[in-house]
Design a protein around this ligand. Structure first.
Ligand SMILES: NC(=O)c1ccc[n+]([C@@H]2O[C@H](COP(=O)([O-])OP(=O)(O)OC[C@H]3O[C@@H](n4cnc5c(N)ncnc54)[C@H](O)[C@@H]3O)[C@@H](O)[C@H]2O)c1
Length: 336
């Protein structure tokens, strides 16, 4: 396989590149990334000398460049991670979310069609389905109606629709994964878990939006990588929901687990202004992926939370330069 991985300098994309190059010594990977504030080539230090790896700086909205790269490297498969990915930023400024997540995806789909790409995989989110009621048993599945409620999730929903439209209209071989919140190494410290961990390392409190009773499904990033790998190996071009947990856990409970790891009490939680339109609960039924792909998450939340904390403690060199910038965002949103 000659895979074009877009957004490969971001959190999940960089983990995926390392995963693929380690698992498949014959695959060639081209990482195409604009290097926005979220793109960081330091994530890829372990693979940068691998002869099967190339980095090309570029924007997915730039059709000419995308087509050039696909042609030059004889790309056969595309995995699209490139996106603006932070809900709070989408509330402050939605335009770039439409440009990258919607227009960028359409540019990639056009290029995939033009070059006869064998498989286009689109990485998406469970947030496209909106919000489930608290204390319900309901879970999202592949038939759940789309109901995005933030500019971020609306832009991802639009991109999913475009991906399916290119399959139905033009016969492009596509697949989509709608995935839970990821956690693990190389996550920008602007996101809830990595922000909480790095704050605690810095002797600062965990900022908690609203009443904290927001339920998320958490997936260790390597399990996300193995799910996408399973989709690429499988011949079926369809949609899979990918999640990590079987029981609900809310942000307050996640914070309590972190405080236990750090040996601190609940006075280390600071309640801050809520996010507008904050989705209450996400929960994922991932039984289709289990049945059709034989995939299931292997990383237990509690164990890998401890290991993730250790990673941030051991790799301050990585997140320290990003922390100040990411906290500036919360000065603007008033969530400090
Ligand atoms: N992080 C999560 O918990 C999560 C959960 C479900 C789905 N997703 C999806 O997974 C994908 C990756 O998420 P992430 O958390 O790694 O994001 P991230 O913000 O860490 O990384 C995004 C990457 O895309 C690049 N990029 C942004 N705009 C670009 C453009 N116009 N052209 C080329 N590259 C561009 C950035 O430079 C960065 O390297 C996204 O599509 C996101 O919607 C993320």
């Amino acid at each position: 396989m000659n895979i074009l991985i877009t957004g490969g300098a971001g959190f999940i994309g960089s983990n995926f590149i390392s995963y693929i190059l380690n698992k498949y010594p014959k695959y060639k990977v081209v990482n195409y990334d604009k290097l926005t504030y979220a793109g960081n080539l330091d994530n890829l230090r372990d693979v940068e000398l691998n002869s099967n790896y190339r980095f090309v700086k570029g924007d997915i909205v730039d059709s000419k460049r995308v087509n050039e790269v696909i042609k030059t490297f004889g790309i056969t498969h595309i995995v699209n991670f490139a996106a603006e990915s932070h809900v709070d930023r989408s509330i402050l400024g939605p335009q770039v979310f439409i440009d990258t997540n919607v227009v960028g995806t359409q540019v990639l789909l056009d290029a995939a069609l033009k070059h006869g790409i064998k498989h286009f995989h689109h990485v998406s989110t469970d947030e496209v389905f909106g919000s489930l009621p608290l204390d319900s048993e309901e879970k999202f599945n592949e038939d759940t109606r789309y109901d995005p409620r933030s500019p971020y999730s609306a832009s991802k929903a639009a991109s999913d629709h475009l991906v399916r439209a290119y399959s139905e209209t033009y016969g492009l071989p596509v697949s989509i994964t709608n995935t839970a919140n990821n956690f693990g190494p190389y996550q920008n410290p602007e996101k809830f878990l990595s922000r909480a961990i790095t704050n605690l390392i810095d002797g600062k409190k965990i900022p908690m939006y609203g009443d904290g009773k927001y339920v998320r499904d958490w997936l260790y990033v390597e399990d996300h990588c193995s799910a996408i790998d399973a989709v690429l190996q499988n011949k079926k071009k369809t949609t899979y929901l990918i999640g990590g947990l079987t029981n609900d856990i809310n942000n307050l409970e996640v914070a309590q687990k972190l405080l236990e790891i750090f040996g601190k009490d609940e006075s280390w939680i600071k309640f801050v202004k809520d996010r507008p339109g904050h989705d209450r609960r996400y929960a994922i039924d991932w039984s289709k992926a289990k049945k059709e792909l034989g995939w299931k998450p292997k990383h237990n939340f509690d164990t890998w939370l401890v290991r993730t904390v250790k990673w941030y403690k051991d790799n301050e060199w990585w997140w320290r330069p990003l922390k100040e910038e990411s906290e500036k965002l919360y000065e603007k949103t008033g969530q400090k």
